[in-house]
Write a protein that binds this ligand. Structure first.
Ligand code: SF4
Ligand code: SF4
Length: 340
């Protein structure tokens, strides 16, 4: 397996990692086999979160006796110190380890959440304490919002970032990517398949692997997906003329603006609704097994239905999306799936 240096962490990581969201979906036995198959084939970076139901536990079980072969990334979305400290301890238990290589702030997409994280009593205090005690190696930051991410990167607090990056959503290319390179910050790419909008693994992986400081962490749930990706990584990464044309065609097909999870619409919602969760209900349903997340889907539904139709969110969306109409579709989708 080709390796790459993950920025100033100096960690040598495999050219691709695996993302832990879909590991919730198969049976536990199958999920464990998938993780071991990845590690047996030289993949040494595994990315998850305490927020992905049983994903950490399954990774922990799969890595019994194999912990030293792998660089583990996990995270929490808790912004306050006390709850973040509890989550760090729980992740260590779930992962059956006493050390997390990279601990990240999960989805801090608004400037307000970023400020809360770095303020007194915020998550960063818990992360630094855990680092001082040797429980955490490096600190990372994840966000769907390019402006918040640039703010975090420029602070130079973080050693690694996780940001959406693929050939239809490539806003990182212009400024963020060169900035991380200049500051020697590791770049891991989330949503390489654009949240399910892209299906051609060959094009998806070749596009990302042309950036030598980017490590894609595609969500994986089957051994065959790992085999397919490994074949691409180990083959020629040059695009043929036909592949370049195909990318151009797909970009044209998917040129309509879609929700990027940037979170700009969320802070001032009088009903405290997290709109991207509602808008993206259908794609989330494919990734998140509903059996173990029924309560979450019900909570999303209750929140979405409390919308007072004020329209504040639409004024804030940089892509001019009809947020309320899209939420309506999301509500209908969840209702149909929960048979409400
Ligand atoms: S329209 Fe609904 S979702 Fe949007 S800000 Fe107003 S209450 Fe919140
Ligand atoms: S609806 Fe618009 S502002 Fe809200 S998360 Fe999606 S893209 Fe961002």
């Amino acid at each position: 397996m080709k390796k790459v240096r993950l920025g100033r962490t100096n960690l040598q990581v495999s050219r691709v990692g695996i993302g832990g969201i879909p590991l919730q979906r198969p049976s536990e036995k199958d999920a464990i086999e998938v993780i071991r198959h990845a590690v047996d084939n030289g993949i040494n970076i595994i990315d998850t979160s305490i927020g992905y139901s049983n994903s950490e536990e399954r990774i922990g079980k799969a890595l019994v006796g194999r912990r030293d072969d792998v660089i583990l990334i996990t995270r929490t979305s808790r912004a306050d110190k006390k709850r973040a400290a509890e989550d760090i301890e729980q992740s260590l238990k779930n992962l059956q380890t006493d050390f997390i290589d990279i601990y990240e702030l999960h989805n801090f997409s608004t400037p307000e959440r970023y400020q809360a994280a770095i303020s007194e009593g915020g998550i960063m205090e818990a992360v630094y304490e855990a680092q001082d005690k040797g429980k955490i190696g490096h600190i990372g930051f994840t966000s769907h919002c390019i402006n918040t991410m640039k703010m975090a990167v420029k602070s130079e607090i973080f050693d690694v970032i996780l940001f959406p990056f693929n050939f239809v959503n490539n806003e990182a290319e212009e400024e963020l990517l060169p900035l991380t390179k200049k500051l020697d910050i590791g770049f891991t790419a989330m949503k390489p398949f654009a949240g399910g909008r892209l299906s051609d693994a060959n094009l998806v992986m070749k596009y990302l692997l042309q950036f030598d400081n980017v490590v894609p962490v595609p969500g994986i749930e089957k051994k065959e997906e790992i085999d397919e990706i490994l074949e691409i990584v180990n083959g020629s990464l040059n695009f043929t003329v036909e592949e370049e044309q195909r990318i151009a065609d797909i970009r044209k097909e998917l040129s309509d603006p879609f929700c990027q999870w940037c979170g700009y619409c969320t802070p001032d919602c009088p009903q405290d609704i997290y709109m991207p969760m509602v808008i993206n209900a259908e794609s989330m349903w494919k990734l998140w097994p509903h059996e173990s997340n029924v309560k979450q889907y019900k909570d999303i539904l209750v929140a979405a239905k409390s919308c007072s139709d004020c329209g504040e969110c639409e004024e804030k969306c940089p892509y001019n999306l009809p947020v309320r109409d899209l939420m309506e579709k999301g509500i209908k989708f969840i209702e149909s799936k929960l048979e409400i």
